[in-house]
Write a protein that binds this ligand. Structure first.
Ligand code: SF4
Length: 231
């Protein structure tokens, strides 16, 4: 595991839980709006956390923490993620995984082994336009679709979530995404925000009323659709 960040306590990253958040390094996507540039493309002189440091913290705080959120970057790029999660579960902590859905085999193996309590999967766009955001050299959308199917047919708690940008997401796109994710447990729309860490600051947010209209458009497909983090 390449661990490049640790937030010792958060009430925001794991819905309804007191958690620590662990940030893994490296990602196979290059979303232009990504706020985690130094995680996606780690600087050469980056200093990583050792697993000993992480587990020393988790062991000392396990009585006050409900769980751990593992985010990135893309955590499933790390082959030793299942072993790492197993050690967290052995401490009696719950685990939430944030993923871009590009490793359905690992996702399924983690679910089958009861190593996950919650999954938040990014949905970048409609299937046809997915790579306009993900920006991979070769994106096989069936891989993303496999992860969607694994989550929607599982019994664990999960959510899909999309960062919405004015230049990219229209009501037609929302309709396409709604048809794709129909019947999902939960779907959150998050508005784009600019910051110094954004990989390529070329986007802008929709206004609130447009975002609310997207939610109404999506509800016939996914009744539990909501806005998140909108002022
Ligand atoms: S998948 Fe997530 S971490 Fe990777 S580039 Fe996109 S927003 Fe950043």
């Amino acid at each position: 595991m390449l661990i490049l960040g640790l937030q010792k306590t958060t009430l925001l990253d794991y819905p309804g839980k007191i958690a620590s958040t662990i940030f893994t390094g490296g990602c196979n996507f290059r979303c232009p709006y990504c706020h985690n540039r130094d995680l996606v493309i780690p600087p050469k002189d980056v200093i990583a956390y050792s697993e000993e440091e992480i587990f020393s913290h988790l062991s000392s705080k396990k009585k006050v923490l409900d769980g751990v959120c593992i985010t990135g970057g893309e955590p499933t790029l790390h082959k030793d993620l299942p072993d790492f999660i197993k050690q967290i579960k052995d401490l009696g902590l719950m685990v939430k995984l944030d993923t871009n859905g590009t490793n359905p085999e690992m996702l399924k193996a983690l679910i089958d082994a009861n190593l996950l309590d919650y999954v938040a999967m990014d949905i970048k766009h409609s299937k046809d336009k997915y790579n306009t955001i993900a920006s991979m050299n070769n994106l096989d959308i069936s891989v993303i679709d496999n992860s969607v199917q694994i989550l929607t047919s599982s019994n664990i708690d999960y959510e899909f979530r999309t960062t919405i940008m004015k230049e990219c997401h229209s009501s037609e796109d929302m309709e396409d995404i709604g048809k794709w994710l129909k019947g999902a447990k939960a779907y959150y729309l998050q508005s784009y925000r600019e910051s110094e860490q954004v990989i390529n600051p070329i986007f802008s947010p929709h206004d609130r009323s447009t975002l609310e209209s997207f939610v109404e458009l999506l509800k016939p497909y996914i009744p539990n659709t909501n806005l998140r983090g909108i002022d």
